[in-house]
Design a protein around this ligand. Structure first.
Ligand code: URA
Length: 244
């Protein structure tokens, strides 16, 4: 990622303000002053502004057990959003959802004001796996498992290979675990639709290394532990194919 983008995602400043700060000599990457806003920084780089590490103490990391019927949006004039479920002080500190779950999808939603980490977690080339539990119409078979494993051609893109584990299979309804590493709009629902199944219920059980704890009630959020934050950082370091 470009240094000016990193700085603007990590604080409340525009890209051009970030550029000015960089050119003024106030920003160091791994201890060295860097003057070019277009310099690429990796997710492991330590970036400081006036001696303060960026994206550290001010960053907040939460997981929310999203209920059905709530929009994943910063705000909506009519419908309830996930922001209504987080404490006021987090809203003030610009904690936002990482990616989105559909209104009727339940489960683990990560929320943070660390824009740089969120960006890396959402990058399709980082291979951060998300695991969903799905209830679908019709009988899931080995042919569906193979179709998911081979990648599915959807109307506007080819979904990357995904792992489908059938849990229960009956003629009218089946349940399965699905692991995908992309996060396109309605991705899981569209993958099932491509194999002739309609999703009746969808629940995200895991996001990268994080699993939704059984004791986190629906509609509640809790801060991530330092180990959980570290595991998220590790998860985006494994592969980089997008030249950031
Ligand atoms: N895939 C979907 O279709 N919906 C979600 O909410 C998440 C993944």
């Amino acid at each position: 990622m470009r240094l000016d983008k990193f700085l603007s995602l990590s604080g409340e400043r525009s890209r051009s303000e970030a550029g000015k700060l960089i050119r003024s000599g106030a920003v160091r990457v791994d201890g060295q002053v860097v003057l070019r806003p277009e310099t690429q920084v990796s997710e492991t780089a330590q970036v400081t502004l006036g001696g303060q590490v960026i994206g550290d103490s001010s960053s907040q990391y939460y997981m929310l057990h999203k209920p059905a019927g709530v929009l994943t949006a910063a705000r909506d004039s009519r419908a309830a959003t996930v922001m209504d479920l987080v404490p006021e002080n987090l809203r003030k500190r610009k904690v936002l959802p990482v990616g989105r779950l559909d209104k009727d999808t339940t489960g683990l939603l990560l929320m943070t004001n660390d824009g740089a980490l969120a960006h890396f977690l959402l990058s399709p080339n980082r291979h951060v796996w998300k695991q969903y539990r799905a209830t679908v119409t019709g009988q899931l078979t080995a042919a569906d498992v193979q179709a998911f494993a081979g990648g599915l051609q959807l109307s506007d893109f080819e979904a990357k290979p995904a792992k489908l584990t059938v849990l229960t299979s009956a003629p009218d309804q089946s349940t399965a675990l699905v692991e995908v590493r992309e996060g396109k709009f309605h991705q899981v629902k569209r993958m099932f639709a491509a194999t002739g199944h309609e999703v009746i219920a969808l629940h995200r059980a895991a996001f990268g290394p994080l699993t939704l704890p059984e004791d986190l009630p629906v509609g509640q959020c809790r801060p991530l532990t330092p180990d959980e934050v570290e595991s998220l950082r590790q998860s985006v370091q494994t592969r980089r194919e997008d030249g950031e």
